[in-house]
Design a binder for this molecule. Structure first.
Ligand SMILES: [Zn+2]
Length: 305
């Protein structure tokens, strides 16, 4: 476990392969999803299955794997009466991922996922700060190699607050946000659209967001949990407005609580073709989010040189 090899690849403009979705792969493997914490409980209830998903991603060619902590945010766990388990869930998730890396005998970097899941926007962004800090603290103390602020689906001020909390961290920080296309203006917007039941959430022009985030965040920015069809356009906008390293890990399918419904219209080979185009547009880190799993990561890993 080390970030050094990732840093060298990125500095030398090489492609880094990130893992794919955890939740939807766990669902495929038969793990039970929690109605509140989704796949967050799996690290404690199905540790073997979580480890197996990590191992499958390493085997498929991922250079970086991500802890199963997206859904175990302090604010969400407190809300569901699980405040006493915050440390345990997060620590356990790091332990499982480290074990998977150890078993592989490969030099794989471990990313700690700090998210805004369950961030209850109505409480105001200030109320989210202690939770962001707590999850950052637990994961860095447990020894992850980098942090991914998985701010996808979040409003710009939440993203900014997460960035502000992360600047004091002394390991590399990546940021992921999601994008949608505004049907009327056709502009790429910060926002998301992952449910069949509700219209897309559209927050602000992605250009503005990037300019704002780049003031404090110098690490890679990844367009994540966004539809494949939006991803290429979003990279183009990001390329013009952010001078740092870019990456992507899009979605396919949609969410119907507490399950991710798969869309089977994107084959691993299709995903490889998309990945080639994103690489050409300037993405240096490519992985997968909901609905994109081990087969897709295996398919795109051939792009590594
Ligand atoms: Zn996703």
């Amino acid at each position: 476990m080390s970030y050094q090899i990732i840093k060298e690849k990125l500095d030398n403009r090489k492609l880094v392969i990130l893992d794919g979705a955890m939740g939807s792969e766990l669902e495929k493997s038969g793990a039970k999803m929690d109605k509140n914490l989704w796949c967050g409980t799996c690290s404690v209830e199905f540790p073997e299955l979580v480890r197996k998903v990590h191992e499958d991603y390493i085997e498929a060619g991922a250079d970086v794997i991500t802890t199963n902590t997206y859904a175990s945010t302090p604010i969400s766990m407190k809300n569901y009466g699980l405040e006493d388990s915050i440390e345990r869930f997060n620590q356990k998730s790091v332990e499982i991922a480290k074990k998977a890396i150890e078993n592989s005998k490969k030099n794989i970097a471990l990313a700690g996922s700090v998210s805004a899941s369950g961030s209850y926007y109505k409480l105001g962004v200030k109320a989210m700060i202690p939770g962001f800090n707590e999850q950052l603290k637990i994961l860095t103390e447990e020894g992850v190699d980098l942090i991914i602020l998985e701010a996808m689906s979040s409003q710009a001020d939440i993203v900014q607050t997460m960035i502000e909390c992360s600047v004091k961290i002394n390991i590399p920080v990546w940021l992921s946000v999601s994008c949608v296309i505004d049907d009327i203006t056709k502009n790429v917007m910060l926002g998301y659209n992952d449910s069949m039941d509700s219209p897309p959430e559209i927050y602000e022009n992605f250009e503005n967001s990037l300019n704002r985030f780049a003031k404090l965040h110098k690490g890679p920015i990844l367009i994540a949990h966004s539809d494949i069809s939006v991803t290429g356009k979003a990279i183009e906008v990001a390329k013009k407005n952010f001078s740092g390293i870019l990456g992507v890990y899009p979605n396919t399918g949609h969410y119907e609580k507490p399950h991710w419904k798969f869309a089977d219209d994107v084959t691993p080979n299709d995903y490889l073709e998309y990945a080639k185009s994103w690489l050409k547009s300037g993405a240096q880190i490519i992985g997968g989010c909901c609905g994109l799993g081990v087969e897709e990561i295996k398919a795109i890993a051939v792009l590594k040189k």
